[in-house]
Design a binder for this molecule. Structure first.
Ligand code: RIB
Length: 289
């Protein structure tokens, strides 16, 4: 593909309220000494920005509330020219919020209060038509909405099954590409490989692997990095994979590119604040040309 890929992302938009702590709390434990920060987040918004920063034309569809969190949540999408005409401002809901703790190793715990994301439905998505090379969804929207999208969308559909939740098999069957991490792969088990689509499983620092019809077809390794904050790294992987796959059509090359992009996203605090541009990914790939 010579022109930039055109990607439609239908997904969540959050404000991430992040406490940086030395160690994550165990159930019932209080950890003090945290340092607070606010960042734009939400898996849909994160994947939209990741793809945009890597050269795609991106339109995001979702919902926010009419509150101050909305402006913070949309700030980086706006400044990076993600098309937001499909983001509806709802009067009767708050903008989604994620409460996140990040420890000294960059690992996180996330609790999401979905707010307006829980109201994304066929009505709020009435104007999602357009010319797109692919559509990207995650599971931070209601299951009925994901089912509606699987039933009605045409064209290449990539679903990131995050966070894992029970969904009808027909959704998995409809997807051309499914992306899971190790926890999500264990959650779906054989249900995943019932799908005829391409299955991409991320393996954290060990990279990622692609399956088709139950057989491994490609594997990518991650550059070695020392993570500061892994929040949004999976979203960066997904955005980068779809951009590279649409641009080149090679699963192996797209996996390598997405692994490098995901690793780059761990080097800065925050989800969207950490998303790399093409030069930063190329540098980690060892290809600075
Ligand atoms: O994948 C990371 C994202 O998950 C965070 O930005 C948070 O908002 C939650 O949606």
């Amino acid at each position: 593909m010579k022109r930039p890929p055109r990607i439609r992302v239908i997904g969540s938009i959050n404000l991430d309220i992040v406490a940086r702590v030395h160690a994550l709390p165990r159930p019932g434990e209080t950890v003090s000494g945290g340092v607070l920060a606010h960042y734009p987040g939400g898996k849909g918004a994160n994947q939209a920005l990741a793809a945009r920063k890597l050269g795609a034309e991106v339109a995001l569809f979702g919902c926010v509330g009419n509150d101050s969190a909305r402006d913070q949540a949309l700030a980086l999408l706006t400044s990076n020219q993600v098309d937001l005409h499909g983001v509806k401002v709802l009067e009767n809901a708050a903008t989604g919020v994620a409460l996140i703790a990040v420890d000294d190793q960059g690992e996180n715990q996330i609790v999401v209060a979905p707010g307006a994301n829980a109201l994304v439905c066929a009505t709020t998505l009435a104007d999602m038509t357009g010319e797109f090379d692919a559509t990207l969804c995650q599971l931070e929207l209601p299951v009925e909405t994901i089912l509606y999208l699987a039933d009605t969308l045409t064209g290449l559909l990539c679903i990131n099954l995050a966070p894992a939740k029970v969904i009808p098999q027909e959704v998995l069957n409809r997807a051309d590409i499914l992306v899971v991490n190790e926890i999500e792969a264990a959650f779906y088990g054989d249900q995943l490989h019932g799908s005829k689509g391409l299955i991409i499983q991320t393996l954290g620092a060990a990279g990622a692997v692609a399956f088709q019809n139950g057989k491994e077809i490609a594997r990518g390794t991650s550059p070695v990095v020392t993570p500061i904050d892994t929040t949004g790294a999976g979203d960066t992987f997904v955005g980068a994979f779809i951009v590279a796959f649409l641009s080149e059509g090679s699963v192996a090359n797209a996996l390598a590119y997405a692994c490098a992009a995901g690793a780059a996203a761990t080097l800065t605090a925050g989800a969207q604040t950490s998303m790399p541009n093409r030069d930063q990914v190329a540098a980690l790939l060892g290809n600075t040309a």
